[in-house]
Design a protein around this ligand. Sequence first.
Ligand SMILES: [Fe+2]
Length: 214
Amino acid sequence: MHEIKNLILEIINFLDVYKSNKNQIEIFNELKTLSLEENQFQNFKGNNPPKEQSLHKALEIIVQEPLKNLKEKIHLALEQLKWNVDNGSFYNKNSDVGNDYLNGNMNTELIGPRFGHFKSEELRLGLFLLEPNIFYKDHKHEAPELYINLTNGTEWRFGNSGWQFQEPGSIIYNEPFREHAMRVNENPFLSIWCWPKNSSSECILVPRSDWSNL
Ligand SMILES: [Fe+2]
């Protein structure tokens, strides 16, 4: 329990130092007020990460000073973490989210209503990984979303923004229903991810004409 709690506290600490706008501050404040007492802890057993090799590669390539403590706390919590693969359950049943995503994602919920190591009513906070060389199609959701990007080499687009790299350590905030997509290059994408509210509303694909080329 303590290793997971320490990882959550380190995430809160990171946001405390690097938060830079109203939305990030709001999510930071919500995280800060959550109870991490023993009675909130759900004793899920840790498992072998389904994308173990990519997870280790991702951790290996985190070398930036501001991410040092987070990396260490992830390492210390690893054995306790229960990982899940999303088989499309975040999406409507008939959505074509694509095999890249379906075969290449993995997450663990540090905090969450059902699968979180610590229970909360609505907020979900976890680690999210995508395997290398994946295109995660444009999508949107009602939940506001915050990512702390931990690894180098993933490109993002937001609506019609065009593709842009996000540096390791960057904090990305998606307001509700903002369209976003990710293109992972040769390094796996590892991130901290948070949906503070509306966390059970489904993701909606937003088809784009260039999907067949990506
Ligand atoms: Fe999202």
